[in-house]
Design a protein around this ligand. Sequence first.
Ligand SMILES: [Zn+2]
Length: 287
Amino acid sequence: MKMKSCIAAMALLAMGMSVAAPAAAQSPDGMKLYITSSGELNLDQGWLTAMNNHGNRIDIPVPMYIIDHPEGLVVFDTGMNIAVVPDNGAEYWGPVAGAFTPTMSRDQAIDRQLQRIGKSVDDVKYVVHSHLHLDHVGNISMFPNATHVIRKAELQNAWWPERFQRAAYVMSDFESTRSLNILELTRDLDLFGDGSIELIDTKGHTKGHQSMVVRLPNSGTMILASDAAYMAENLQGTVPGIVWNVEAAMDAIERMKLIRDVEGGQIILSHSMEMYSSLKHLPEYYD
Ligand SMILES: [Zn+2]
């Protein structure tokens, strides 16, 4: 089954087909979306809302998502590496832990979060990575048996980023990627072919950033922006502070807003504590 879905996905890529039209989405009953956090980061808000509120240090969530789909369990982002737990990242992240200071307990890591809903890392079929920054890809190596879905541009960018993008990539996080089973995306993908999980190009924050559109039978369309939009201000014209390309980042936001408006959905921001606090958290879920 795993092989069959993989081949279907690759065939779609090879044919250059676009993803399913929203109207054709046939989200299966029983599909669930869990939202949780890998801990918190303390940082200057200026990193998130350029030229606005800098000098103001805030705590932000570090979101991870689990989608239980009848055809397979999906994880979207794996949070911060468990090596940051003992000393708030001082040793594992090095100096960048001063600018972005993590607070994380071992129980907040993705493997334990899966256990809380009766699953294990070995049950996961696809791990989708929005991008390979230190607060999103930390525990990729916990999933040696899954298929990892990453933009090809992001793999290349993470291994040799522009100098101004280097600080947020921790190479030890993704050193294992060369031995993993990776679907290297060069275009958008309808993951299960039913329109329920669509991976969309939202490059801008990084060169190969992607977001996930989840279409649920009852809750409707939830666009998991990841770092294509951190805070509410980013949806209103404030440039996300950390960007590879500003124009692409602003285009990505417009793309998500268009999907939101056409489908009557909502954009789930990555690092807004205000929004995170308003959501249901694992073990509760959206269906
Ligand atoms: Zn982030």
